[in-house]
Design a protein around this ligand. Sequence first.
Ligand code: ADP
Ligand code: ZN
Length: 732
Amino acid sequence: MDDLFALDAPFERVSVLLPLPLDAAYDYKADPAWGLGRGAVVEVPLGKRRLIGVVLGPGGDDVPDERLRGVLRAYDVPPLPAAVLDLVDWVASWTLAPRGSVLRMAVSSPGALEPPPATHVLTAVPQAAWPEGTRMTPARRRALAALDGPALEPKDLAREAAIGPAVIKSMLESGLLERHALTPSPPFQPPDPDRAGHALTGEQADAAAALRRSVADRAFSVTALDGVTGSGKTEVYFEAIAAALSAGRQALVLLPEIALSAQWLERFADRFGTAPAVWHSELKPKVRRETWRAVAEGTARVLVGARSALFLPFAELGLIVVDEEHEPAYKQEDGVAYQARDMAVVRARLEGVPVALVSATPSLETLENVRGGRYRALHLAARPGVAELPTVELIDLRRDRPERGRFLAPALVRAVERTLADGEQVLLFLNRRGYAPLTLCRGCGHRLECPNCTAWLVEHRLLGRLQCHHCGFSGRMPRVCPSCEAEDSFVASGPGVERLAEEVLSRFPEARFQIASSDTILGPEQAGEFVRAVNAREIDVIVGTQIVAKGHHFPWLTLVGVVDADLGLAGGDLRAGERTYQMLHQVAGRAGRAERPGRVLLQTHVPENPVMAALAAGDRDRFLEYEAEQRRAAGMPPFGRLAGLVVSAPDPERADAAARAIARAAPRLEGVTVLGPAPAPLALLRGRHRRRLLVKARKEINLQRVLRDWLTPIRLENAVRLAIDVDPYSFM
Ligand code: ADP
Ligand code: ZN
């Protein structure tokens, strides 16, 4: 079919990149009258398929004319901005992903390209102008009566007059109705930068002025906005957004968990008088389409989104903000393994605009860039008004032990009692979904494991299922132990939030509690309802995972109990200490955000661990120095470079063979060390056997080039896959 699209007349050749896992662009012929320049979005044939593609520039001359196929159509959308195309190249060369895979993230919204549905309204033609011999029917009469007022959309007319589309059609044909085209109203109202925000404190005003200046400079710069939780960082970067708006520029705000940020959206609307555009993976197709187009056409002035928003085609970007920049959620693990915070800095550079990296616990990477003078830092040291930072105390579980089968130590129980007696709220934090992380047989010790993964099955008692948190496997609790055939012999080991809630219920029967995890809070609406219920004081005790750790501001919450502060330290991955510090600090920041002072109790078996010691002493910088020293000594990021290679295959033999072949081809270079292969900690994942290699290089080495030279020539069997992760965050 497509080959019939003949262009015998003069044509030009264009080079088109397709959103497929391919690095190369393909040549097509196109009608020169279309004027397809760089960035033009087109539809092209590939085999039997029709695909969206993006023109990168003129084509080459290596394919003969008769083999060249034609561009099917050009979409009526603004061309992708140069900065987006450059970002695609940049991300591809940094992550070693095929360019087409990266492009896919920029055109992930194919429906966006179709013109928005044309809408029109109907009015009645005055009787004097009716054609001769017009027939009147009851249905037609009802329609005319319904139009004895403002014009109506066809569907509204049909409803009000109780008529079908055929009546409307025939009335239009017989000249009784008239159609008037409507230009669809823009889906986004412009935020108003001139509405008053809070009166800023001195240090807030200084930081805001500095950010406003960097927006006015219209030049690339990176600012780390580093301030304690509740110090007003959001208020401050709102000022930078206002500056961008006043200068006629768009602003992009990245948040780690956009779906759960109802409070953020409310604050934005309070400050700017309207909602921002929003971007995340759960958007309905229509909204997605409108948003993509509005960003490209410049009618969406501020967009807040998850990491994928980084690839949107902003028409006139003036500012990027990365809130909670330390969050591991900015690292995409599947597909193109990119770090959105780092790539936000790249995009800002390509656009020539400032970027603000915002956090109460900046990443070591950011702090190292500040230390080296590449980034500027702005500090906020105080919470405005009366709110003070909470006190943090450690509970040494080796001495202050919970009773058998219980998880709250006596000191924490007493603190909960007191808080509830004062009519205030408690958060018990445990970053573990479900009832118990491990289920074992009392008779023989057999552990229930996922059949597809090297992982224990997690009991979810509320659902009555065992689940694998890696592959989604789900099954019933077996009645008979598969190993020793004992009946009803399984016992739960260790707590998840559901089990902890059981303890809350038995210890504090009067308290109203709610479990807050991704199993109980499934989307923005439920999150909004949860926040409302907490603020209306319909909940006394929140038993929550990390989904309550961030962003929320609960004025009546004064006690945070961290049930297992050591949880994140196990496993020994590179950032375990840093992440644990950040998460616990973040959780601690939920306490005492209004007039009532907050208290945080951390249950730990290792109170001497530098993470715990720093949290208790409120001495972040000492911890960071310690952590930086360890990493520097080991040549680890940000002082050295790392890449993870994961080889996987349906059977262990092929995985081993491929991993060994890759290791044998490894370069022997000064400053580059290749570790492994070894079975990955998750040696089996979704039925695939996995082997890991870790490549470590000195900072000044071009790791990407080393990897490309090494890995490009390697041919793997079809069943074997190699995933490359430059600067890995996961070591599983
Ligand atoms: P952060 O982003 O640093 O955690 P926020 O910007 O969320 O801090 O501010 C914490 C709380 O303090 C919010 O409820 C905010 O509205 C309030 N706040 C911040 N700055 C001021 C100010 N200057 N005056 C009054 N309230 C403020
Ligand atoms: Zn599994």
